[in-house]
Design a protein around this ligand. Structure first.
Ligand code: C2G
Length: 143
């Protein structure tokens, strides 16, 4: 059984995340997602998530490609996770290309970067929603 792991915040789940998870699962038989906790997001990634860890975990567990969700509490847990869960392949979107190559030296896992899905991101969704509010407000003012 080939075991794959990937890491992320997965806030406001969108098709870019799903494309990543689908392709990660296609590379093996069992996919583990290490989901960033609220504390890790805030303290280490300066990310304030829209959904809490529990809600983001619930969403990920509903995805057919995902077999197990574990917490990501820090940058340094990856080597231990790979050993503990006997992971064969570590997968990330290629916005992280090169950042995790050290894992191939420190573990038996392969490191694979998959192409990001263009145009979509949680930040973009928030930006678009804010802009649409402004436009709506503006229209209501002039109508
Ligand atoms: N992703 C993607 N295409 C997008 C958006 C995201 O392929 N349009 C991928 C990212 O490359 C990442 C995964 O989806 O592999 C999760 O993205 P984020 O939730 O933004 O995760 P990130 O904040 O990059 O956290 O230790 C690693 C970090 O936890 C990664």
């Amino acid at each position: 059984m080939k075991r794959v792991i990937t890491y992320g915040t997965f806030d406001m789940l969108h098709y870019g995340h799903i494309n990543l998870l689908r392709r990660a699962k296609e590379r093996g038989d069992y996919l583990i997602v290490a989901l960033s906790t609220d504390e890790f997001n805030w303290n280490s990634k300066q990310k304030k998530t829209y959904f809490s860890f529990e809600k983001r975990k619930q969403l990920l567990e509903a995805i057919r490609y995902v077999d197990l969700v574990i917490p990501e509490e820090g940058w340094e847990q990856k080597v231990n996770d790979i050993k503990l869960y006997q992971v064969d392949e570590f997968v990330m979107g290629d916005d992280w290309k090169g950042q995790f190559d050290y894992l191939a030296d420190e573990t038996d896992a392969e490191v694979v970067y998959l192409e990001r899905t263009p145009e979509i991101s949680t930040t973009q969704i928030k930006r678009d929603l804010n802009h649409s509010d402004l436009v709506t407000e503006h229209k209501s003012e002039i109508s």
